[in-house]
Write a protein that binds this ligand. Structure first.
Ligand code: ADP
Ligand code: ASP
Ligand code: MG
Length: 409
């Protein structure tokens, strides 16, 4: 019998009716002969609600207690879904992350899964039960509840699939697959039948929240067949796969964007060895992650240095940079947190020239000013003003002819 891990996101279990619908779907899969592990998220909006409650008490919630709080969302849905299955005569049993023993490291709020004890899950499967597991959570070696970061139920599902060597990990969500770009921004976005792990990883890292980055990483590493599907309609969805010959044709597979960006510039710093370190060292020491970095060619003996950070870290980074600038006797510090990053992703870029110039030309025609550029083998990212996000994405979608009825790959 095929062993399938199925994950249902927040919208898919957002109401009692939807939980009933998920139970119907699982009952059908069971009838079709599948052995099933289900991983569920909290009901939609619940995790945000819990985060809000925490912030109403503490500006910076104690990480351990935040995890205790956030993990309750998924505990509700595993119990309700198991009840719905039992009601249908499908034997089911629910488990929190700690009960299955999804062992993680001790980093609260963004823990990494280290190991999963599959013994009890296997026993349930052998006894003909559907196993319902709370996503997004685990337990550390000291018995503390941990959570895996927002969107972490995807990773729980992939990790379960890897541990059980499941035949497929199916991520059921509110869209029927991975699209050329977020269909909420570009209605002409096209569903992809397949996308490579490498591209999906870039898309996820560059802001496409349809799959959590770690889930894609994990699936690639452990060779877990991963598919994104709709909870609400039938279909094949999108298979995340390793590269094959048929996939060479498309130059660009998708467009990702990230709204969580901010940039900082220090003007007129001495152009000397060690300056980049002097600027970014204190930023790293403040635990702020830096994304893009640009240093201008020096005029005379001074240069300008720009970098981007997560928008949540903007104020903190600005404070740190101002202190550094005083020390370095720099001329000025400027910053902007109304910027976004738009990225083209595609393994086809390796074998096609001229993609960057097509991209820049298309943006220029719309009068969109590019503030920063960064490239790697399979992606080109630009930073533009926030107000150009939709226009930028749609312009590029058209310029690279990504729209269409169905995927031709
Ligand atoms: P879930 O609650 O099921 O985990 P998410 O909200 O995390 O669902 O992910 C699904 C959403 O991802 C979609 O509703 C869509 O708006 C967004 N999304 C962003 N980029 C893409 C893309 N390239 N393809 C499909 N969906 C995307
Ligand atoms: N409920 C968690 C979140 O909203 C985890 C998840 O849904 O994947 O981020
Ligand atoms: Mg998600």
């Amino acid at each position: 019998m095929a062993l399938i891990v199925k994950k249902f996101g927040g919208t898919s279990v957002g109401t009692i009716d939807r939980i009933q619908a998920v139970a119907d779907k699982l009952q059908q899969s069971r009838k079709n002969g599948e052995d099933i592990i289900v991983v569920v998220s909290a009901m939609s909006g619940e995790t945000n609600r819990l985060v809000g409650l925490a912030h109403a008490i503490q500006e910076q919630p104690t990480p351990r207690e935040l995890d205790v709080l956030l993990s309750t969302g998924e505990q509700v849905t595993i119990a309700l879904l198991s009840m719905a299955l039992e009601k249908r005569g499908c034997p089911a049993r629910s488990y929190t992350g700690g009960q299955v023993r999804i062992l993680t490291d001790t980093v609260h709020n963004k823990a990494r899964i280290l190991d999963i004890d599959v013994a009890s899950v296997r026993a349930d499967l052998d006894a003909g039960r559907i196993v319902v597991i709370a996503g997004f959570q685990g337990i550390d070696e000291h018995g503390n509840i941990t959570t895996l970061g927002r969107g972490g139920s995807d990773t729980s599902a992939v990790a379960m699939a890897a541990a059980l060597k499941a035949d497929e990990c199916q991520i059921f969500t509110d869209v029927n697959g991975v699209y050329t770009t977020d269909p909420r921004i570009e209605p002409h976005a096209r569903r992809l039948n397949r996308i490579t792990f490498e591209e999906m990883l870039e898309m996820a890292s560059l802001g496409s929240k349809v799959l959590q980055i770690r889930a894609v990483e994990f699936a690639g590493k452990y060779n877990v067949p991963l598919r994104v599907l709709s909870s609400f309609e039938e279909g094949e969805g999108t298979l995340i796969t390793f590269e094959d010959e048929g996939m060479e044709e498309a130059k660009i597979s998708g467009i990702a964007f990230n709204r969580d960006e901010a940039k900082l510039t220090v003007l007129g710093v001495p152009d000397q060895p060690g300056v980049a370190h002097k600027i970014l060292g204190p930023i790293a020491a403040a635990n702020i992650e830096v994304d893009m970095i640009v240093q201008n060619i020096a005029e005379d003996t001074a240069t300008d240095f720009t970098f981007t950070v997560h928008r949540n870290d903007y104020k903190k980074a600005l404070g740190v940079l101002q202190a550094t600038a005083r020390e370095l006797k720099a001329r000025e510090v400027t910053g902007d947190d109304a910027i976004v990053k738009i990225s083209l992703v595609g393994v086809g870029m390796r074998s096609h020239a001229g993609i960057a110039s097509t991209m820049f030309e298309a943006l220029a025609k719309e009068g969109i000013n590019i503030r920063m550029i960064s490239t790697s083998e399979i992606k080109i990212s630009v930073v533009v003003d926030e107000k150009y996000l939709e226009l930028g994405v749609r312009t590029l979608h058209e310029a690279f002819e990504l729209a269409g009825e169905s995927d031709s790959k």
